[in-house]
Design a protein around this ligand. Structure first.
Ligand code: ATP
Ligand code: MG
Length: 292
C-alpha cells in the first residue's frame, strides 16, 4: 500500500508533491529513464502532449511503472501513446506494439476505488482463499478480467482478446481505428435497434449457458460499436453462475438492455426477455473451448 494513502485530505497537496520522490531513487531513476520514451510525452519529449503530470501521478505509482517496464522488456508494449478513457476503476490507454495497436487498462491502486468490489470476488469459487489485502485484490481483479475475457472468447463471444496481464496492468486487443476507440452504444444511434437488442440478448444467453458466466455490468456504456460489430468490454466484475448473486446480476443485465431498447421506441417485456435468455437453446460455441 502507498505510504501516503491514509493521510487526511488536507495533506493532498503535500502528498502530490512527495508522491513521486521515489523516481529520483537511483534504481527507479534508471528504470524510469529506460521507459521514458515508451511513455510518450511524459516529460514533454514525445509525440504526444497528453500525459500531463496529473494523469501520470494518478496512474503510475512505482509498482505500476515496474509492471509496465516488465511488459515493455517482454515486448508486449513499445509505447503508451495517449489515454482513451478514464473509468471508475482504471485508465485505458492506446498503446503500440510491433504488431500494431493495443489497449492497456491500468487499474488504480488507491483504496477507495476497490472498497465496493469484494462482493464480486467473494463467492466465486475460482478465487477462494485469496488474500484480501488491497493491492492483491486489485491484482486478482485484473486476472479475473483477463480470465473472463478469455473464457468469453473461447465460446465465440465478441470481446477484446486479452493479451497479457501483470499486476494492475491488462493488455488487450484495441477496438477502434487511427482516429480513436470505437464509440459506446450510449453515444450513438443505430438504425436497427431491435437487431442490436437481440444480438445482446444472445450474448447474455451464451455467456450464461455456455461460459457459465454473467457479465454483471452489461449496459450501453460497456458495449462498443465498431462498424456494424458489437463488442462487449469491461468484464472484471463478471462472475460464474455459482456466485450467490449471479441470478440477481443476470436480471439486472437483462433489465438494462430492455430499458435501452424501450428507450429506442420499442415496447419489450422484461419477463419475456428474461425467459428467452433462460430457455432458449443456445447454439454451440463457434470457437474451440480452452481453459480459463
Ligand atoms: N479494448 C478496448 N479498445 C478500445 N477502447 C477501450 C477498450 N477497453 C476499454 N476501452 C475504452 O475505455 C473505457 C473504459 O473501459 P472499461 O469500461 O473497461 O473501464 P472501467 O474503468 O470499468 O470503466 P467504467 O467505470 O466507465 O465502466 C471504455 O468505455 C472504452 O471507451
Ligand atoms: Mg466500463
Amino acid at each position: 500500500m502507498d505510504e501516503y494513502d491514509d493521510l487526511p485530505e488536507v495533506d493532498a497537496l503535500l502528498r502530490a508533491e512527495k508522491k513521486h520522490e521515489w523516481i529520483s531513487e537511483p534504481r527507479f531513476k534508471r528504470m524510469f529513464n529506460d521507459i521514458e520514451d515508451g511513455l510518450q510525452g511524459v516529460l514533454g519529449k514525445g509525440k504526444y502532449e497528453w500525459v500531463d503530470r496529473r494523469v501520470f501521478d494518478q496512474v503510475f505509482d512505482r509498482s505500476t511503472l515496474l509492471a509496465v517496464h516488465k511488459l515493455m522488456q517482454k515486448g508486449q508494449i513499445e509505447t503508451i501513446d495517449y489515454p482513451i478513457a478514464r473509468g471508475k476503476e482504471a485508465h485505458v490507454f492506446h498503446a503500440t506494439t510491433n504488431h500494431g495497436p493495443v489497449a492497456v487498462k491500468i487499474f488504480h491502486t488507491t483504496n477507495a476505488v476497490f472498497k465496493g468490489l469484494a462482493k464480486y470476488i467473494d463467492g466465486d469459487p475460482r478465487f477462494k482463499g485469496l488474500s484480501r489485502r488491497h493491492r492483491e485484490l486489485v491484482n486478482i481483479w485484473v486476472r479475473k478480467e483477463f480470465r473472463n475475457l478469455r473464457r468469453m472468447r473461447n465460446h465465440g463471444l465478441r470481446v477484446p482478446e486479452p493479451l497479457d496481464n501483470l499486476k494492475n496492468v491488462l493488455i488487450m486487443e484495441y477496438i477502434g481505428d487511427d482516429k480513436g476507440p470505437s464509440p459506446r452504444l450510449k453515444e450513438i444511434s443505430v438504425d436497427n435497434p431491435y437487431e442490436v437488442f437481440e444480438e445482446l440478448l444472445d450474448f447474455i444467453a451464451i455467456n450464461w449457458h455456455n461460459c457459465d458466466l454473467v457479465h454483471a455490468d452489461f449496459s450501453e456504456y460497456n458495449i462498443l460499436l465498431n462498424d456494424d460489430e458489437l463488442w462487449v468490454i469491461d468484464a472484471g466484475q463478471s462472475v460464474t453462475r455459482q456466485h450467490p448473486s449471479a441470478e440477481e446480476f443476470l436480471v439486472r443485465d437483462v433489465t438494462r438492455i430492455v430499458d435501452w431498447i424501450n428507450r429506442q421506441g420499442h415496447n419489450v417485456d422484461l419477463a419475456e426477455s428474461l425467459a428467452r435468455v433462460l430457455d432458449d437453446p443456445v447454439p454451440e460455441a463457434s470457437r474451440a473451448s480452452g481453459g480459463d
